[in-house]
Design a protein around this ligand. Structure first.
Ligand SMILES: C[S@@+](CC[C@H](N)C(=O)[O-])C[C@H]1O[C@@H](n2cnc3c(N)ncnc32)[C@H](O)[C@@H]1O
Length: 294
């Protein structure tokens, strides 16, 4: 069961320009929405290899999709090339990265992605590795916390938030996601009516830090072009400017890639009516030059 609604579905399928007998990598399986539609368009010789850092996403996809053309792997997408070699696959025809978190992760009250959650502020995509966010905010220096919230959350009031966290934790450990959200809201004014929750940027910053998200996007943008067949497509959906900038710059810097989206593709009004989460989604697509060597 998944509650995640995939974004920019038609745009992704067009962008990947699927060859029915192609080998496609979905680096961010999530609720398997894109994966299932890709499979529908592949013929009997096509293959889909899908990755997720979250073991629950992989288990759910295995329960949902029983298809010999599909392989689901619990791993970081940055390690995809090694896993593919293991499967006897040296090159692929398409790669999709739909970055960030899924609605299934957001809805899981034990993982702390939601501001309302009284569960621990964990924020790890893979709960089996790394350090939970609540441990970080109770141990990190005020300066380091402020820097993270500023750089990864693009939050102007980062110093004020870090000061408040440090003052608070002297008495009581901050553990619940809802606790951190209340604390941030108490020192960041709501921007405008209907604007984002003041805690959004701080949660984003901690999630990026805990999962080292920007590093993996950079690694992926170097590695995936190397395993794309000539004419193969790379489609990346990002949900904030830091990831979008990395994607844009990586495509521009790679002379084996042709940029197919001068401006990122965004959701139509129809899609936004059905799925407000698509509002911040930006899709960039690049093609491996047909005459570039593998
Ligand atoms: C927005 S969701 C993907 C939704 C999916 N496209 C669908 O249609 O349901 C992003 C997923 O990427 C996973 N993820 C994030 N960073 C990852 C990484 N470095 N390697 C593998 N999976 C990652 C998250 O765990 C999450 O499940």
């Amino acid at each position: 069961m998944t509650i995640h609604i995939p974004v920019l579905m038609n745009e992704v399928l067009d962008g990947l320009k699927l060859d029915p007998s192609g080998v496609i990598v979905d680096g961010t399986l999530g609720g398997a929405g894109h994966a299932a539609e890709i499979l529908k368009r592949l013929g009997p010789d096509g293959r889909l290899i899908a990755f997720d850092r979250d073991p629950e996403a992989v288990d759910a996809a295995e329960a949902l999709i029983d298809d010999p053309r599909a392989t689901f792997i619990h791993a970081n997408y940055a390690d995809a090339p090694e896993h593919l070699v293991h499967l006897g696959i040296e090159s692929v025809d398409g790669v999709l990265l739909d970055l960030g978190l899924s609605s299934d992760q957001l809805a899981d009250r034990d993982r702390g992605f939601s501001f309302q959650s009284d569960g621990p502020l964990d924020l790890r995509f893979n709960p089996l590795e790394g350090v939970a966010a609540w441990k970080i905010i109770n141990r990190m220096s005020e300066k380091h916390l402020a820097d993270i919230i500023y750089q990864y959350g693009e939050e102007r009031l980062s110093r004020r938030i870090a000061r408040k966290i440090v003052a608070w934790r002297q008495d009581t450990e901050i553990k619940a996601a809802s606790h951190l959200a209340r604390l941030v809201r108490s020192c960041v004014p709501r921007s405008k009516k209907g604007g984002i929750d003041p805690a959004t940027r701080t949660f984003q910053a901690l999630r990026i830090e805990v999962n080292d998200e920007l590093k993996w996007v950079k690694v992926a943008m170097k590695r995936f072009p190397q395993i794309l067949n000539p004419g193969g497509r790379l489609a990346v959906i990002s949900f904030h400017s830091l990831e979008d900038r990395i994607t844009k710059q990586a495509i521009a810097a790679d002379d084996t890639l042709k940029n197919l989206t001068k401006r990122p593709i965004q959701a139509s009004e129809e899609e936004l009516d059905e799925n407000p989460r698509a509002r911040s989604a930006k899709l960039r697509v690049a093609e491996k030059n047909p005459n570039s060597a593998m």
